[in-house]
Design a protein around this ligand. Sequence first.
Ligand code: NAI
Length: 301
Amino acid sequence: MTDIRYDGRVAIITGAGGGLGKTYALMLSARGAKIVVNDLGGNPDGTGAGTSMADATVKEIVEKGGEAIANYDSVSTPEGGEAITKSALDAFGRVDIVINNAGILRDKTFAKMTPADLESVLDVHVKGAFYTSIPAFRVMKENNYGRMVFTASAAGLFGNFGQTNYGAAKMALVGLSNVLSLEGAKNNIKTNVIAPIAKTRMTEALLGGFADAVKADHVTPLVAYLTSEQCQLSHEVFSVGGGRYSRIFVGLTPGWFAGKGKTATPEDIREHLDQIRSTDGYIIPASIADEMKLLLDTLKG
Ligand code: NAI
């Protein structure tokens, strides 16, 4: 097998001024990609802005012989998203890869959640992924080629105390990627999701003694693979951290069928909970069509 390379490819990486995004930028550029290093350059809670973070990543890439430009727009507005793709087209003439990575935290327990804490987190993670990816997707469709990665989190996939805003935002990206993988299929556009665990400025204090075992560099190879031409996967979700790479999936169990033409009572549900919840014989639907097929097969007996 040949090495994975990105010669001639152009990658937009949001939040690439530090943390995980910077490692993606360095690896893809070292293997031939031209990079748009997007970063708003603010604080982990989404306040502030600056140019130094994106500039530092660009400087490092250029010093190593790669090609990159900085972009300082916020992903969280339609204008910012448009400007990011425009900067890729103006500098390099195309867009092949988008890594949606920019992120902030505003952790609060649910009872204390303010509208501002909810909106700022949804703006960056959810709207940011839409506004960055829509203009790029249009270009990818024309080129019949694209690779996109969305950054979810175990906080949403599995749950984490005090992160309802963040968890909901991160799960939204799974839905976005699942639908987009279907819409992009005929144009060779693959979209996948990662749920990373890594020591960065965002997580250093939260990870405690565990932090040094989970380096950002452990996450980079998976994202590099998912954004390569060799990757034929789409509609998938991966857990990645500390050198462990693992699939996360949404499964559908065969469940319990009340019987043709019958309506269950609440007591029936109580009595069949074990069968409803049993994971024996589950499937992993590739789209809503797989669930419909299972239902039709059940109804047909
Ligand atoms: P980080 O704080 O080092 O990186 C996030 C970057 O996004 C920062 O450089 C920040 O300036 C930039 N950013 C924030 N808002 C932006 C905006 N509106 N527009 C453009 N850039 C913006 O943190 P880290 O850990 O590298 O995070 C990367 C992604 O991974 C985030 O989406 C985060 O939620 C996610 N994640 C990280 C985990 C971890 O263990 N480090 C766990 C689960 C998810």
